[in-house]
Unconditional design. Structure first.
Length: 407
């Protein structure tokens, strides 16, 4: 692959771009993370089962996957700036509507709309990072995804506090203010940054689905994200079944996602020291597997211990799979399109996991089998990681995968 010289020689963007990206990233998980700690109150008010409640995670994650496939098509027509503006507006509207939901259907509809907005943002931001920080991809992707994890941490820990003075609807809806601030900053400042684009005529020519490496990366992202969304959806209810209050379960989730933040900073920094990322990936897989087996076999030892291991394993896997994905392409648009494909397939795969876990909980009155399935998924993820040698990156995609040619 060839380095994009124009991009490489571009002056470093202002610090405000970094701040804006972090602020946008903080908005991408509270809509999901706020559900778990408030689920008991929502079930009492709306009389919803665990399987139905799982739709609040399953549908937005599925929407994230589906939207990734047409994100670059929309951006090629309207531009990245307008597309991200619209996506933030949709996210803000969907979140704000949660102040007024009066049924499980309207709540699920808000989750679906929020998922679409989140998906378009996640589809395009990696290309913006690649274009503006060509020499710092691992570090900047680490910061970006760490901010996503931090948003999950805030969503888990702060939502019960919001609910303490504005009921569960306020616990969900008050995140609208964060989205409004991000939208305002983006509208004010995005014209100052380089937003990569491509001719609309080439937008439909990307065919990553023809390459096995793209599917391998997508399955890795799917398995890693399945672990993330299941923990996000079900660890708080599981902790409450094991004697914790809603506030304590919220703090546990906040602590877990704090560990994800730590992992999002540490593991990309470790990976940045070497071209071969496999040792980092293997370590993360083992952390995940140990954490899920601990929840299944020995929750009495310490939920905080298992949350620590899961937070590190899940929190590190998300940025690492994206970093390895971006390693495969030098051109920002092509890297972004590969990341969009990986996220699209991955989110569709991951969206099934919380639904299956919810059905398992309803049928068996236990999450144990769900934790076992996720532990096995971590071992599959480890096997998929073994072939990701640096030398395989160029071989994985032929020279046809260049920005102006059919892929």
């Amino acid at each position: 692959m060839h380095t994009n010289q124009a991009t490489a020689s571009r002056p470093a963007p202002p610090a405000l771009l970094f701040i804006t990206i972090v602020l946008i990233a903080l908005n991408l998980r509270p809509v999901l993370a706020s559900i778990g700690p408030l689920l008991d109150a929502m079930q009492q008010d709306l009389s919803i089962s665990y399987a139905t409640a799982s739709m609040l995670t399953t549908l937005p994650v599925a929407a994230m996957g589906a939207a990734c496939f047409f994100g670059f098509t929309i951006a090629s027509r309207f531009g990245m700036g307008r597309t991200i503006s619209l996506s933030l507006a949709v996210l803000a509207l969907a979140t704000g509507l949660r102040f007024f939901v009066d049924s499980a259907f309207s709540l699920i509809l808000s989750a679906l709309a929020a998922g679409l907005g989140i998906a378009l943002i996640q589809c395009l931001v990696p290309a913006i990072i690649k274009a503006n920080y060509p020499g710092k991809i691992a570090a900047m992707m680490g910061f970006y995804i760490t901010a996503i994890m931090a948003g999950a941490s805030l969503g888990s820990a702060v939502s019960p506090w919001f609910a303490s003075f504005s009921a569960w609807r306020g616990g969900l809806g008050n995140w609208v203010w964060l989205a409004i601030v991000a939208l305002a900053l983006w509208l004010l400042c995005s014209h100052r940054w380089y937003l990569p684009s491509q001719p609309a005529a080439t937008a439909s020519k990307t065919r990553f689905w023809q390459h096995s490496r793209a599917w391998q990366l997508a399955m890795m992202f799917g398995l890693g994200t399945a672990a993330f969304v299941c923990v996000l959806a079900w660890l708080a209810p599981y902790a409450m079944e094991n004697g914790m209050s809603a506030q304590q379960a919220g703090l546990l989730m906040g602590y877990l996602t704090l560990m994800e933040v730590v992992a999002g900073l540490f593991f990309p920094a470790w990976a940045n020291r070497q071209n071969d990322r496999r040792m980092v990936l293997i370590t993360l897989c083992l952390l995940q597997a140990t954490g899920f087996l601990g929840l299944m076999l020995a929750p009495h030892i310490s939920l905080w211990l298992w949350a620590t291991l899961l937070g590190l394993g899940v929190g590190g896997m998300f940025p690492m799979v994206m970093i390895v994905t971006m390693d495969h392409q030098d051109d920002p648009v092509m890297a972004g399109k590969l990341a969009a494909f990986v996220q699209g397939i991955g989110y569709l795969v991951a969206s099934i996991a919380p639904w299956v876990a919810g059905i398992i909980r309803d049928q068996l009155a236990s999450f144990d089998m769900a934790w076992l399935m996720l532990a096995l998924g971590a071992f599959v993820l480890l096997l998929l990681s073994l072939s990701l040698t640096p030398g395989s990156y160029a071989r994985a995609f032929p020279s046809a995968l260049q920005p102006c040619e059919s892929v």
